[in-house]
Design a binder for this molecule. Structure first.
Ligand code: S3P
Length: 170
């Protein structure tokens, strides 16, 4: 394989970055790094508890530090947290040694998946209309990724194969 770049999955909560990332890493034979999981391990707490106990700013600072550090590696599959790519410093780092792939879904699909989730502190207090606005605002930024995959009509393995062919054509 010629490329040494990381494959970085971006997109909203509920877009399958972790599950697709795991499958992709197995199929392509690259190590998988799940940033949310690393944050939870470093703090020995769930993301919800970090938000509750330490606050969002603390979480975002840690997310920035860990994401930037990991993005400096090579040949990894990396799943960013949904807000990771929204951070300009993290986004800049993805431009240096990674290809970014946005897992895009219809807004209604994402809303159905995340609206009742207890594990997603960013949306627990939001009304449906506010979640919709958040998705639309973020989409403008996710749209600057190198590749966008419209996932609604695809099976998981088709999403994985699409990512592999994009990566290998680079
Ligand atoms: C967040 C998404 C979550 C997690 C945190 C904040 C966000 O990750 O990082 O709850 O701001 O979109 P997932 O996208 O993996 O759910």
């Amino acid at each position: 394989m010629k490329s040494k770049k990381n494959i970085v999955l971006v997109g909203m909560m509920g877009s399958g970055k972790s599950s697709i990332g795991k499958l992709l890493s197995k199929k392509i034979g690259l190590e998988f790094i799940d940033i949310d999981k690393l944050i939870e391990e470093e703090e020995n707490k769930s993301i919800s508890d970090i938000f509750k106990i330490n606050g969002e700013k603390y979480f975002r600072d840690l997310e920035e530090k860990i994401s930037i550090k990991k993005l400096k590696s090579e040949n990894k599959v990396i799943s960013l947290g949904g807000g990771g790519y929204i951070n300009q410093k993290i986004r800049k780092q993805t431009q240096l040694g990674s290809i970014t792939v946005w897992l895009n879904w219809k807004t209604s699909t994402l809303i159905d998946r995340i609206k009742d989730s207890k594990k997603r502190p960013v949306v627990t207090k939001l009304k449906i209309s506010e979640i919709k606005s958040l998705i639309e605002e973020r989409a403008k930024i996710y749209n600057s990724s190198d590749f966008k995959i419209n996932c609604d009509k695809l099976k998981k393995n088709e999403i994985v194969d699409t990512i592999i062919s994009l990566y290998e054509s680079k």
